[in-house]
Design a binder for this molecule. Sequence first.
Ligand code: PMV
Length: 311
Amino acid sequence: MTFRSSAPAKAILFGEHAVVYGMPAVAIPLPSIRAYAEISTNIDDSIFISAPALNIAKDMRQLSVDDPIRYAVELFLVQKKISPQGGLHIQLSSDIPIASGMGSGAAITTALIKALFSVFQLDYAKKELSDMVFMVEKIHHGTPSGIDNTVTCFETAVYYQKNQPIKFINFPLPFHLIIADSGVSTPTRTTVAEVRTIFEQEPDKIQEILEQIRDCVTNGLTALQEGNWQRAGEEMNRNHSLLRELTVSSLELDQIVENAVAAGAYGAKLSGGGRGGIVIALTAEEKLDRVLTAMANAGAASCFHVEIGAE
Ligand code: PMV
């Protein structure tokens, strides 16, 4: 028997990095860009992992114990008190660029664990799934806030704050984003660790930046829900400047943001861990082509359009 599952990429609209320090952040799933897991049951007793994008094709026990894929499978088996009676052939694939701020690690883990629940015919609550993915995220990120696993597992837009009940949000009026992948990938673990270093060096200064980011989150979300695109764009630009102050932007990302705004986007910012990865630009429908071209001309490796809030 073969069991298939998938999980979406995500983009953070406002609040990355500050969310690690307990501030709120807003994130959306990107349902058209997904990670996939396919698990076939075997008659032998091995668990074989095939993940070509990660250069993995081997028996799970040949992976290190802290490999995120092995860890996810073992966590699932331990938590659900299962000792498989036969083998499993696990195939993982993804349309989500790795280490690009789109939550590829969380999406792969989510797809994998969802498929394991199907193999063993177990029901699950999304919160249980999200909690398991969070434990695996700790291997990817060190000190994840929990936003990636939440948005990927619940597959709905969230206003997320650590240790607070999750607030699901909706956007009554559709809006357009251009997402540009810079083609540069920096592990989130790296930028999160660097922000921690500067926080330890200058706590008051960094705390003030984090509080300003919190204001962008609140004002930006209200503006998006009211359809005040101009204001939402201003908050995105401000959020990007604050992320620059946290040292997580880069020349490439700044150039993509600058080109997007110069071409008429309401606003633009890096999204995710930074120092590479993606830039998102809020754009009026009639300017989509112009903004997309301008972002591509800034050196983005790929650019695409998503409409958010459309039923
Ligand atoms: O780079 P991504 O997609 O994993 O997003 C990371 C978001 C951060 O706020 C930088 C880290 C976190 O755990 O929230």
